[in-house]
Write a protein that binds this ligand. Structure first.
Ligand code: UTP
Length: 469
């Protein structure tokens, strides 16, 4: 790197109080210098400074006024799988080919401790099918049922992009047309110490992490995925998170309700099990629909109960959204304001003064993340729909709650219910069950295919007998 270029870089860094990242420069060889310089060229320090200032300003701002959100309740009939008016409307939308599906899969799966992308994790209760494959099966079924394309957009990150692409390639894109699967990567952002200074994890490298699931909206625009959606005439985008294999992808009832009220943004909720459950609180925030992350709500609102003793803020967000394409375009154009960064204290590998890399035991800085639900207040019309736990069982941890064991059990429990509802004798209680989701999404499909015994189903219903974990 030329001396003048280095000086330019140093000046920019000094102006934003980040020149400490050049402290090992004199000791770096030519390759190290160009690696660090190239990385720093890509970082928008000014935007980082504004993000940190925004975080500080919000921390000292008065708390937002909260009211419970209006929710289409499951028990009221609307939004249930047998809500035929909504279903017909949603099915028509699917048949018109104006729906796309989008999964956010850029997370690092640190709690799960899995080396590959989380989507590659083998979760099928009997088959060990991956999360990606279970989702792909559902997509195949919907495409076939409605005779229309259902493009699938997969958001990765620097941490997961290459491995995700090769996983899909190795599985022949799960028999989906390759031109209907679109990969795009979210951005990374530097983490900072508690004084807002970037952290080096090597003498020639600044530690960065994916910019949160909210990074999906700017990444859609920057990658060309949004242009692609528009060129395909997609009006509604169904978004979910990779780690929940129970999600009813492109649920026609949900799409139908969304379309019926002309919503720009919709979200599904479940009733929280207890005030501390780790799901976002869906509420009216300063008069607009929003979600307050479980780490950010105050105890008074979190614990508030009505005269019957029920939680006032009972609606927990489970990250299942429908967004209109126009809405995504509008938010992406104003992303810095609409999708502010949040800071979470984390343990971040960093060099100590002597240049030794340390894996801290306690949080030593903040990772910065955007949340996709911060887009909600920008929507002119919104809809919140309650669903049941049958649609939510995320894979977060290696053991205990929200672990492979609980997710497999919940999948198997759902499949068991379908069998029973279709009048098929299920296997003993301690057996695990798995259905091929490219064929079945409920008892109706089992009946339609004329299956009355597991033995007649070939490989499409699989059983692992005996107690399995
Ligand atoms: P989580 O934070 O719950 O899961 O993100 P994670 O990142 O996979 O795992 P941990 O936190 O490191 O243990 C919820 C969803 O949002 C996606 C994840 O892939 C997951 O589907 N996500 C999260 C992104 O796509 N990008 C991000 O930057 C963060």
């Amino acid at each position: 790197m030329a001396e003048s270029q280095l000086e330019g870089l140093r000046e920019r860094l000094t102006a934003v109080g980040q020149d400490h990242v050049l402290r090992f420069w004199p000791e770096l060889d030519a390759a190290g210098r160009s690696r660090l310089a190239a990385q720093l060229e890509e970082i928008d320090f000014e935007a980082l400074g504004r993000a940190l200032a925004g975080i500080r300003a919000r921390a000292s701002a008065p708390p937002a006024s909260l009211e419970p959100a209006k929710v289409v309740r499951f028990d009221a009939g609307l939004g249930r799988p047998d809500d035929s008016a909504a279903r017909e409307r949603g099915e028509a939308l699917l048949a018109s080919g104006r729906v796309a599906v989008l999964v956010v899969a850029g997370g690092q799966a640190t709690r799960l401790g899995f080396a590959g992308p989380k989507g590659a994790y083998p979760i099928g209760p009997v088959s060990d099918r991956s999360l990606f494959e279970i989702h792909a099966q559902r997509i195949r079924r919907i495409r076939r049922r409605h005779g229309a394309p259902l493009p699938w957009y997969v958001m990765t990150s620097a941490a997961t992009h290459a491995a995700t692409r090769s996983f899909f390639a190795g599985k022949a894109h799960f028999d989906l047309p390759q031109e209907e699967v679109f990969f795009f990567s979210q951005r990374s952002v530097p983490a900072v110490d508690f004084e807002g200074r970037m952290l080096l994890d090597a003498p020639d490298h600044v530690f960065e992490s994916p910019d949160g699931h909210g990074g999906v909206i700017p990444a859609l625009a920057a990658s060309g995925a949004l242009d692609d959606l528009e060129s395909r005439g997609i009006s509604s985008v169904f978004l979910w998170q990779i780690d929940n294999p129970l999600v009813r992808i492109a649920d026609p009832v949900y799409l139908g309700l969304h379309a019926a009220v002309g919503a720009e943004a919709s979200c599904k909720v479940v009733a929280k099990r207890d005030p501390l459950e780790k799901v976002g609180h869906v509420a009216m925030v300063d008069g607009r629909l929003g979600i307050i992350e479980y780490t950010e709500i105050d105890a008074t609102h979190r614990e508030a109960r009505d005269e019957r003793g029920d939680l006032v803020y009972w609606a927990g967000g489970i990250s299942i959204y429908v967004f209109e394409t126009d809405f995504l375009r509008r938010v992406s154009a104003d992303a810095e304001r609409r999708l502010p960064f949040h800071a979470s204290p984390k343990r971040i590998p960093a060099l100590d003064r002597s240049g030794r890399r340390v894996e801290p035991i306690e949080p030593n800085g903040w990772k910065l993340e955007r949340f996709v639900f911060d887009a909600l207040p920008a929507a002119r019309t919104t809809l919140v729909v309650e669903t049941t736990r049958e649609e939510y069982s995320p894979l977060k941890n290696a053991s205990g709650s929200e672990s492979p064991e609980t997710v497999r059990r919940d999948l198997s429990t759902l499949y068991r219910r379908w069998l029973v509802e279709a009048g098929i004798e299920p296997p003993p209680e301690d057996a695990l069950i798995e259905l091929d989701q490219s064929l079945f999404d409920g008892a109706v499909d089992l009946r339609e295919r004329g299956i009355s015994r597991i033995a007649d189903s070939g490989e499409s219903i699989r059983i692992a007998s005996g107690a399995q974990s």
